[in-house]
Design a protein around this ligand. Sequence first.
Ligand code: CAA
Length: 380
Amino acid sequence: MNFELTEVQRDIQKLCRDFAARELIPHAKKWDEHHEWPTEAVKKLAELSLLGVAVPEQWGGAALDNVCYALAMEEISRGCASTGVIMSVNNSLYSDPILKFGTDAQKEKWLKPFASGQKLGCFGLTEPQAGSDAAAQQTVAVKKGDRYVVNGSKNWITNGPKADAIVLFTMTNKDAGHKGITAFVVPTGAKGFKRMAPDKKMGISAAWSCTMYFEDLEIPAEDMLGKEGDGFKVAMSTLDGGRIGIAAQALGIARAAYEEALRYSGERQSFGKYLREHQAIQFMLADMATELDAARLLVLRAALLKDKGVRHSQESAMAKLYASEMASRVANKALQIFGGMGYSKELDAERHVRDARITEIYEGTSEIQRIVISANLLKD
Ligand code: CAA
């Protein structure tokens, strides 16, 4: 067993840490306040090859491993949680299924320009009536000759307002349950594709999401991802990877909260000594640091298994469950250390609490992660 990162992994960690300090941390508060999409930051992520971290060079990516991806996600999210999820959706939810299930022709058309960051992708699984119950899709795709005609809607689609294409899940056989779901890659500019205004959210306000409608949207059959009826497996195996990204995002948010609280505890005095000289604060810091380390180990284990090509549904779910709930605990403790100032919009502590909360919900709620974990524990 080896806890040492490789030189390449340390390099990518440092590159992202420096980038976050320079390009993200100084702006994250303003982007959040104004619900401003971080245009320049996303452009720079592309220049650094961070929009296709684990995608082979042949398909426009950086050809690094998933451990590098997790380390990068932590550092970018430590700087700005919104930028983190924009990066994660393009890497994990859009690029990954095309890499895994796409033909070479599809990779040329739908992966290369996205992994290289010229274009941005999103992932359309969630519907108004199909959130946690992902098999209850109501968006239908009906075959007509060499095309499919799609009608329905998706909501909470992160990157949706900005994306150039979507990995879209549809029902091609309503009587077949999860075996009736089929995935396609669809350009967002297609006729019959309508996007609503960005959602108003509690946190990650700079990462836009939206509802979208499809009215007689025509998709060529050649843009089907995987086989007809394989869509549920495409979605689930994609989420196995996506959950590593969100767990790493949670880790980054928690680290931001912890590091700021640690610094403040050495600046602020009460009862004649620095906050960090009170045992009550020391115990909080000790718990925060321990939980951060535990979450990081879970995240890196899941990423390592993905790199080995081993099924990692349970490990990803454990990483996401623990890291996301840890992020809320740590962000709340950090706010407590800041006291009244933590509740003020002047500092970042309250943003970290808001940003952390979504990591317990998207890409599978904590309850869904517990279902995945227990189903794996009980399957033999
Ligand atoms: N990989 C491959 N196949 C898988 C799989 C995986 N990880 N998980 C399940 N499957 C397969 C099973 O083997 C089974 O196949 P067979 O029928 O051939 O046996 C089939 O899929 C059905 O599996 P289950 O019976 O376990 O499925 P279920 O319906 O009982 O439960 C669930 C599935 C875990 C509850 C699932 O619906 C789920 O994960 N729901 C949450 C959805 C989610 O995470 N949504 C997030 C949306 S994306 C998002 O949030 C984006 C964003 O904004 C950032």
